[in-house]
Design a protein around this ligand. Structure first.
Ligand code: TRP
Length: 451
């Protein structure tokens, strides 16, 4: 195994690429809807606590492992300890699960881009009738996957890095504008209140609370692209003079700001138009067209906005596809092109069932979840936390805090004031939290299967 020689061209380029992977449908589509189904502000508060307790230390560990070893996720972990390569292997399985639902949603976004040209009054039933069709959503998912395949097969080159450097700031500007508009809608204050002021009646029982906690943990992993080797890989392209701790804080801050802005863009509109916050994964697709339809020139804004959403999704999904493709390339004789094509086709096949389970054939179920929900559950709540747990153990016990801190501080060159906190979190808090939450949710998932 050769060490990777590629490097990010600049600190800014790295931050943009890492933030580009983190910022995606997880922030724009998932965060607002999970906030809606998980009781609002209580969820947001738990989410932020987990960002600090789990998100930051695990992200920092992944970057440190990657930069220390300078190789792909599996080999980097194996360099720390020959038996620990498996800790990097979660990415390959998890990325497949994420992609099987991510590309369905990516397809919806493409459909909305096209639709915003042709149909000015997409009403809120449009999402239901569209997503319940069998053929169309699969077609648009195929287009989304094709775009992914084309980019990844030619290597995640400079191109996409440059593109996201331009589009990410544009997305932020658009989102802020939409947020400001949403906040001026009648009854917007109800949405803000739902988002920011905890309503403890939403947490009537311990099991309500556990499900909020579990959702928040899954969302932290999903939104920051954790537990699946993405950041190990990105860290392996980092030069030694990068200050890992401050990069981590920047990436987490950017990701969180975008999530909060999109919550404040979507939830006030939900309340203003009388939609249900508990609506689920259709929330963004129902609410935003209603917002755009009230603005003069809304069609153009809608088109531009959904194009930006598509790019945010693509910069994340290619990082997922890349995890699988790079592994296939180094473990089979397939060329990069063939690896990309075959992996894309496999995701497409899983995606077909995932897409159909959303509406056309609701009987495609595992336990009490549609296949689409199951793929989400499996990746966010099983694979990523397990991957994260092993990263904690690898860093905190196998590699050792002292070695990790050496890498983080570049042998003492950078200050790392949070060293003690980092050590405590990676060794005790994070693994304990993940293990407890994980076990209790696994039980609550498995029990109903035997009823
Ligand atoms: N973080 C991305 C989002 O919020 C999704 C994503 C990209 C991801 N790469 C990942 C999630 C790796 C988990 C692991 O949309």
């Amino acid at each position: 195994m050769k060490a990777t020689k590629e490097q990010w061209s600049s600190k800014f380029g790295f931050i943009m690429a890492a933030a580009g992977s983190a910022i995606g449908l997880g922030n724009l589509w998932k965060f607002p809807y999970i906030t809606g189904t998980s009781g609002g502000a209580v969820f947001v508060a738990v989410y932020i606590v987990f960002l600090l307790l789990l998100g930051i230390p695990i992200l920092l560990s992944e970057l440190a492992i990657g930069r220390f070893a300078g190789m792909n996720a599996i080999d980097s972990c194996a360099k720390i300890h020959p038996r620990w390569g498996f800790a990097g292997a979660f990415g390959v399985i998890g990325a497949f699960g994420v992609m099987a639902s991510y590309s369905v949603v990516g397809g919806w976004v493409i459909r909305y881009i096209i639709n915003s040209f042709t149909d000015t009054n997409m009403n809120s039933d449009y999402f239901t009738s569209f997503s319940a069709q069998s053929f169309e959503p699969i077609l648009w998912m195929a287009v989304f996957l094709l775009l992914n395949c084309l980019i990844v097969k030619s290597g995640v080159s400079n191109g996409i890095e440059k593109v996201s450097t331009v589009l990410l700031p544009l997305l932020i500007i658009f989102l802020i504008a939409i947020m400001i508009y949403s906040l001026t809608l009648p009854n917007a204050a109800d949405g803000v209140k739902f988002f920011l002021v905890p309503d403890f009646s939403a947490v009537a029982s311990l099991s309500d609370f556990m499900s909020i906690v579990f959702n928040a943990m899954g969302q932290v992993f999903f939104s920051l692209s954790l537990g699946m080797g993405t950041l190990i890989t990105y860290g392996s392209y980092l030069p030694k003079d990068n200050n890992l701790a401050s990069s981590t804080v920047t990436i987490v801050t950017l990701d969180t700001i975008i999530a909060i802005i999109s919550g404040l863009a979507i939830l006030p509109a939900v309340f203003s138009f009388g939609f249900e916050p508990t609506e689920g994964f259709g929330l963004m697709f129902r609410t935003l067209p209603a917002v755009f339809s009230r603005i003069t020139g809304g069609t153009i804004i809608a088109t531009a906005f959904f194009i930006l959403v598509l790019f945010a999704a693509l910069t994340s999904s290619i990082s997922l596809l890349e995890v699988i493709v790079s592994w296939v390339c180094s473990n089979t004789k397939l060329t990069r092109t063939w690896a990309s094509v075959i992996v894309t086709v496999l995701i497409f096949i899983a995606g077909i069932f995932s897409s159909l389970s959303v509406g056309a054939i609701p009987d495609i179920k595992i336990g009490n979840m549609s296949l689409f929900e199951f793929f989400n559950f499996f990746s966010d709540k099983i694979i990523m936390p397990l991957g994260g747990l092993f990263i904690c153990i690898l860093t905190g016990y196998v590699w050792g805090i002292d070695n990790a801190v050496k890498e983080i501080t570049n042998n003492g060159r950078f200050k790392f004031a949070a060293k003690k906190l980092f050590a405590f979190s990676i060794r005790y808090i994070a693994p304990a939290l993940i293990a407890v939450i994980f076990a209790s949710s696994l039980i609550s998932f498995i029990l109903p299967l035997f009823r």
